[in-house]
Write a protein that binds this ligand. Structure first.
Ligand SMILES: [Zn+2]
Length: 84
């Protein structure tokens, strides 16, 4: 386990908030993150307050992408063709 400072994105409905400066312990094997109770409490309180805009330390513009029209059908191979 390694102590690191993390950043995460949390969705609430259609809104997303970035939270940074999160102290965490990170597993060196599987990268799972563990927050201690005061850290989890602080995150939960922020979420319960609905991430108030006047509490934000900064804002960023985030590009949004759609996969509509970008998903390519795999080429049909002989195994995919079924004959009844
Ligand atoms: Zn692990």
């Amino acid at each position: 386990m390694v102590a690191k400072t993390m950043r995460t994105a949390i969705w609430q409905g259609d809104r997303v908030a970035i939270v940074e400066d999160i102290p965490a312990l990170v597993c060196g094997t599987c990268s799972e993150q563990f927050y201690d109770e005061p850290v989890s409490d602080a995150l939960r309180r922020l979420a319960e307050d609905g991430f108030p805009a006047d509490a934000a330390t900064s804002e960023i513009v985030v590009p949004v992408f759609s996969l509509k029209g970008r998903i390519q059908k795999p080429k049909q191979t002989p195994e995919d063709v079924y004959v009844d």
